[in-house]
Design a protein around this ligand. Structure first.
Ligand SMILES: Cc1cc2nc3c(=O)[nH]c(=O)nc-3n(C[C@H](O)[C@H](O)[C@H](O)COP(=O)(O)O)c2cc1C
Length: 330
């Protein structure tokens, strides 16, 4: 699939997830064949005001996956890197796009789907879908200031009475969006309820740019079903990848793959932690690693006991103790 001139192999993209899709996790997902890797959402206001926290989200991502000694993926096989921006003012987006260009994204994505109250209150995220004209203006602003393709990520609409994804998608396409990711839920639904495949299908029918379907893809069968039912070109995987980067391999080969053994899980968890330490320092890394480990051990015997140890983990040594428990359980 092509987004502008950017070639994307396979069918499963890593969806943006704040607090999750940092450089360490993206590199892990790329090892399992994720077709493209999306950053956490980045505030345009934060960028233009040189907010330290915002810049930190990006600063450890300079040349993401490219020329990184810690990344096992040869540069030529490195999947495209997408930086996602959120905001509401087209002028902010113009400035932020210029700044973000220094971090070498392959694609810039605009968040028009976040339902979090804090984001909505500021007029960003899925609040933008109330105003399709403004969505178009933002795409236009980013497109004019960016050297790389611009994409958008939307929801099915605001609520069940206002499912205007088709209108928003058409407006974004008109102003030059190179692809649309649609999460088949309304803002009101947040993350629960069924993913609406019909609205994804309608968007596919009404635009001529590639559409990436999103919502509840937890295995290759669901990915295939979404692609077959809606005609979308690819799927974006969010929660299905938590503690399960293997999902990209399964979707991209369109078959079940053997579940990872405990040894394999330990190897990947260790690598993940090492990357977190490298990019964030041990103290922060060990705190952030806790949630990832608790996802990796999902479904393993005695997961509740393991999680107790995981949430007390402070050092690599503590991690080794957890590995020993895991090996004994096995
Ligand atoms: C922890 C978490 C953080 C998220 N952060 C973002 C984000 O920064 N930007 C965005 O567009 N969507 C974000 N999302 C939404 C996901 O990208 C995705 O649209 C949603 O989870 C549905 O897909 P899934 O069922 O595969 O998880 C987030 C979701 C989760 C669970």
């Amino acid at each position: 699939m092509l987004i502008g001139k950017v070639k994307i192999n396979g069918t499963a993209v890593l969806a943006p997830m704040a607090g999750v899709t940092d450089r360490a996790f993206r590199e892990i997902c790329s090892m399992f064949g994720a077709s493209a890797l999306t950053s956490e959402m980045i505030s345009v206001k934060g960028l233009i005001h040189h907010d330290k926290k915002t810049l930190k989200l990006l600063s450890d991502r300079k040349n993401d996956c490219k020329n990184s000694a810690s990344c096992e993926i040869p540069t030529q096989n490195c999947p495209p890197f997408i930086i996602q921006l959120f905001g509401y003012d087209p002028n902010d987006f113009i400035e932020a796009t210029k700044i973000v260009g220094e971090f070498n994204p392959d694609i810039i994505d605009i968040n028009m789907g976040c339902p979090a109250p804090k984001i909505i209150k500021s007029g960003a995220g899925s609040y933008l879908m109330k105003n399709p004209e403004l969505c178009g203006k933002i795409v236009d602003a980013v497109k004019r200031s960016s050297k790389v393709p611009v994409t958008v990520k939307i929801r099915s609409g605001i609520d069940s009475n206002h499912k205007n994804a088709v209108e928003v998608a058409k407006e974004c396409e008109f102003y030059g969006a190179g692809a649309i990711t649609i999460h088949g839920r309304t803002r009101e639904q947040m993350y629960s309820g069924e993913t609406d495949l019909e609205i994804i299908k309608s968007v596919v029918k009404n635009v001529s740019i590639p559409v990436i379907g999103n919502g509840d893809i937890t295995n290759f069968q669901k990915a295939k079903y979404m692609i077959d039912c809606t005609g979308c070109k690819m799927v974006a995987v969010g929660r299905g990848a938590l503690g399960n980067p293997w999902i990209f391999k399964s979707i991209n080969s369109n078959k079940d793959i053997p579940s990872p053994t405990i040894d394999e899980k330990i190897k990947i968890m260790k690598l993940h932690i090492e990357k977190l330490i490298l990019y964030k320092g041990e103290a922060l890394a060990m705190t952030e690693a806790r949630k990832h480990l608790s996802w990796y051990v999902k479904g393993i015997k005695c997961a509740t006991v393991l999680r107790k140890h995981i949430f007390e983990m402070k050092s690599l040594n503590d991690f080794n103790v957890i590995c020993n428990i895991l090996l004994k359980i096995d």
